[in-house]
Write a protein of this length. Sequence first.
Length: 218
Amino acid sequence: MRFFLDTANLDELRAGASWGILDGCTTNPSLIAKEGIPIAERIRQITEIVDGDISAEVVATDCEGMLKEGRPLAAIHKNIVVKVPLTRDGIKACSIFSKEGIRVNVTLCFSAGQAILAAKAGAYFVSPFVGRVDDTGWDGIQLIRDICGIYKNYGFSTQVLSASLRTVNHVIDSAKAGAHVGTMPFKVMNSLFDHPLTDRGLEQFLKDHAKAFQPPAR
Ligand code: E4P
């Protein structure tokens, strides 16, 4: 499973990259707005930190507008994946981008039927929103399982990017369900490291080592 950070914050991306486990990054208009830096500039900065796929989302809602915004974003760097919403115009734009060799992440996916449309349009990624599905009382992880199963049945090459992950268990369960990628906020990636038995075990190892090898205090 590839690990992406779901952020446009450079400090968080630098920290994730420094651990050597960061495979890419996803952004969306809300995350870009939070940073207050125009998208093209921020995406260019991210390419200097992240060595992997970087999703840059369009804000146009019509196909022509998406194409006009997406092409220059794709030209920023070879790692850019243009992100479009799962609407009729988004799927149409995805088909055109795919034929042009521009990789697309189809976002705001909330059903397996929508995910089939994205795959048929040649999407590189489809992004089902686990946390937001859970919020509605449905099962976000079951959606990941369903999409992975359907893609396998038909040999679709679209990768399932499990998005809107809010907890460590969302990450683990997405991996169990077969998601190719998990994109998560920095807080969730940071929490993956933690286990009380790791802390307790390390403390004991160091205590035993010190007892055996440190000279007794006078
Ligand atoms: C990423 O591609 C999505 O835009 C993001 O994961 C949505 O997450 P949220 O539901 O926490 O806003």
